[in-house]
Structures are given as structure tokens and as C-alpha cells.
Design a binder for this molecule. Structure first.
Ligand code: GDP
Length: 195
């Protein structure tokens, strides 16, 4: 995909109304620190447009990035951050659930998991939410550069067994360092959005 323009168009907090976009949306979900901002930056061809966890003040919002005036990347709030209260966690859950239920333009949810670890109970719950809302998730196994090539097949199997998914679900290994996997993800986005 050729990225011509990128614009953070809408930022939604818990009480904000979701925008009624007229262009296709691709959403990104995953636990905090999984590499979601890094993936979104790579898919926007920008170094640091989406804020990464290392930057302070990262708030829990749903961010809509307008890409080429043709589609949106939707950055959903990261879950599973240990240091927040149960009330906060429930708020995020409601935000995500609300978006999944209401968006009329959502074409696909990309669920990110770290290729080094077995998916957590939160990851499984997120996977089930996505399916429950009528979408077929695509799994992105992040931080590919952090494992040896010889471990890749074993780790991908762990991702599949941990999420209890069959071979009908697409799993794409990705590295924000080397950009391995990016072309495949772009091709999939083009196919899903017809952009
Ligand atoms: P987010 O909280 O899901 O948005 O995660 P970030 O994109 O902020 O990434 C969390 C940390 O992991 C940061 O220090 C990133 O530099 C690092 N990181 C993200 N993706 C990769 C990757 O593919 N490879 C490596 N080596 N580090 C990564």
C-alpha cells in the first residue's frame, strides 16, 4: 500500500460519541505493550505518529487514523495493564464492546499477541468478543525479531493453541524492527477494504 496521507482525525474517550465514518475501518486490539502503536506506525509508514507505551501520558482512547482519505485504522485501547483499577478495566471493556457493536464500517479486527508468549486469558476473551460481535479476527504475532527463526513454527503453534483457533484463522508474524510481515498485512487490508 502506498501511504500518501495520515491524519489522527478523531480521539474518543469513554463518554465521547463514536464518529459516523463513511469509509471502511480496520481495528487493532491487543494488550498494553504488545506492540500495537509500533505496528500502526509501520502500517502508516511513520516513525512515531501513533504514541508508543514508552511515552508518558498515553491515555485510554479509541483513535481513528484517516489513511489516504480512503480508510481508517482504529486503535483500540490496550487491555491487561496491571496497575489500573477494576473500574478502569471495566470502562475500557465497555468502550471496546460499544465500538464493536456500533461501528457500521468495521471490516476486520486485527488482534495482536506477542509471539514469545502463550496468549493470556484476556487475549482469549478479546478473541471471543470479536467473534461474538460477528467478525473474524486476523491474528498478528508481534516482535518476531525477538525470537530465533528456528523457534518461529513452535511459537506460532503456541499462539494457535492458546487462542484455540484452527487453520481457517490467519496468523501473520510481524516485526516492527525489520518490518517483516508488513507487505502481507497491507495486502490483506487492501483486500478487506477494497482500497
Ligand atoms: P503498545 O502499548 O501495544 O502500543 O506497544 P508499543 O508499540 O508501544 O511497544 C511496546 C514496546 O515494545 C516498545 O518499547 C517498542 O519499541 C517495543 N516493540 C514493539 N514492537 C516491536 C518489535 O516488533 N520488535 C521489537 N524488538 N520491539 C518491539
Amino acid at each position: 500500500m502506498i501511504i500518501k496521507t495520515v491524519n489522527l482525525e478523531t480521539v474518543c474517550g469513554v463518554t465521547s460519541r463514536l464518529p459516523e465514518n463513511d469509509k471502511p475501518e480496520i481495528a487493532f486490539a491487543g494488550k498494553s505493550n504488545v506492540g500495537k502503536s509500533s505496528l500502526i506506525n509501520a502500517l502508516m509508514n511513520r516513525k512515531a505518529y501513533a504514541r508508543t507505551s514508552t511515552q508518558p501520558g498515553k491515555t485510554q482512547t479509541i483513535n481513528f487514523y484517516n489513511i489516504n482519505d480512503a480508510l481508517y485504522y482504529v486503535d483500540l485501547p490496550g487491555y491487561g495493564y496491571a496497575k489500573v483499577s477494576q473500574t478502569e478495566k471495566e470502562k475500557w471493556g465497555r468502550m471496546i464492546e460499544n465500538y464493536l457493536r456500533r461501528s457500521k464500517q468495521l471490516r476486520c479486527v486485527f488482534l495482536l499477541v506477542d509471539i514469545r508468549h502463550e496468549p493470556s486469558a484476556n487475549d482469549r476473551q478479546m478473541y471471543e468478543w470479536i467473534v461474538h460481535n460477528g467478525y473474524k479476527p486476523v491474528i498478528i504475532a508481534t516482535k518476531l525479531d525477538k525470537i530465533k527463526r528456528s523457534q518461529e513454527a513452535k511459537q506460532l503453534k503456541l499462539v494457535r493453541t492458546g487462542l484455540e483457533i484452527g487453520n481457517d484463522v490467519t496468523v501473520i508474524p510481524f516485526s516492527a524492527e525489520t518490518k517483516q510481515g508488513r507487505e502481507e498485512i497491507w495486502a490483506l487490508i487492501e483486500q478487506l477494504t477494497e482500497c
